[in-house]
Design a protein around this ligand. Structure first.
Ligand code: SAM
Length: 238
């Protein structure tokens, strides 16, 4: 509630979600530990080849659970964190040390709030030596689709595909090196029984990932008493 954010960002649920993900982390810390460690290790490895003082930009930094902030700062890199919401605790922690950019990286949030079916051009992000898209790619269409459905706003047929492709294009426009971490598939399980497996991304032309692992996002008792949700995450260095 204390997170300052524009009306459209609140209306589309981003503030509520930022608070919810932080609360879920507190409850699921053990189940998330492997995934968070994997993300941090891949980020540090990608940054290790950069010259000291390079600029690293992280898109989808959120509550920073998966960001090795200290390790990156110790290497003398300049950091830019981009998210649609930076929680007050993140602002406080980063004040004077890290550049924060609060921006919708899809260009759809404001238009949808005003019941329009056409994206606006996003403000351009600064250039960086390394850009990291951190557990955000599959999330980008979700709140937009929910809001458009609830408010009966028509969307183009290739909406999800376009958002995914535009994000990948944006990454290559802002930096010569990209680290992409995203879930590829999601599994719903009851005990060890697989109930459903669904793709998290549309077709995208990405090469084979460098690494893959499971993020036990919602163990039993979190979303449902008996059903657990696992995100199958992958990592690409492009
Ligand atoms: C699953 S979280 C990533 C995890 C995050 N690094 C953490 O540790 O909390 C996805 C992030 O994407 C951000 N996000 C979703 N849609 C966005 C958009 N249109 N523009 C910018 N950020 C967005 C959310 O605010 C959230 O912080």
């Amino acid at each position: 509630m204390l997170a300052p954010a524009p009306r459209e960002v609140r209306a589309l649920g981003y503030v509520r979600e930022a608070i919810a993900i932080d609360a879920r982390y507190a409850r699921c810390r053990d189940a998330w530990a492997y995934h968070l460690d994997k993300c941090q290790q891949h980020i540090l490895t990608a940054a290790a080849s950069l010259a000291p003082g390079s600029t690293v930009m992280i898109i989808g930094s959120g509550a920073l659970h998966d960001v090795p902030l200290k390790g990156l700062m110790e290497r003398g890199h300049s950091l830019i964190l981009v998210d649609i919401v930076h929680l007050p605790k993140v602002r406080k922690f980063c004040k004077g040390r890290v550049q924060l950019i609060e921006q919708d990286v899809t260009g759809w949030v404001r238009p949808l709030f005003h019941k329009k079916s056409i994206a606006e051009i996003c403000d351009s992000l600064p250039e960086a030596d390394l850009v990291i898209s951190l557990n955000i790619l599959s999330q980008l269409p979700l709140n937009l689709l929910k809001y458009a459905t609830r408010h009966h706003i028509p969307l183009p047929d290739d909406f999800v595909q376009n958002i995914t492709e535009d994000h990948l294009k944006m990454l290559s426009a802002v930096a010569s090196q990209t680290l992409l971490i995203s879930d590829l598939e999601r599994s719903y399980k009851k005990g060890s029984e697989l109930l459903k497996k669904e793709p998290a991304l549309p077709d995208n032309g990405l090469p084979a990932p460098k690494d893959k692992w499971d993020w036990h996002l919602a163990p039993e008792g979190e979303l449902d008493r008996e059903i657990s949700l696992i995100h199958h995450v992958a990592c690409w260095q492009i």
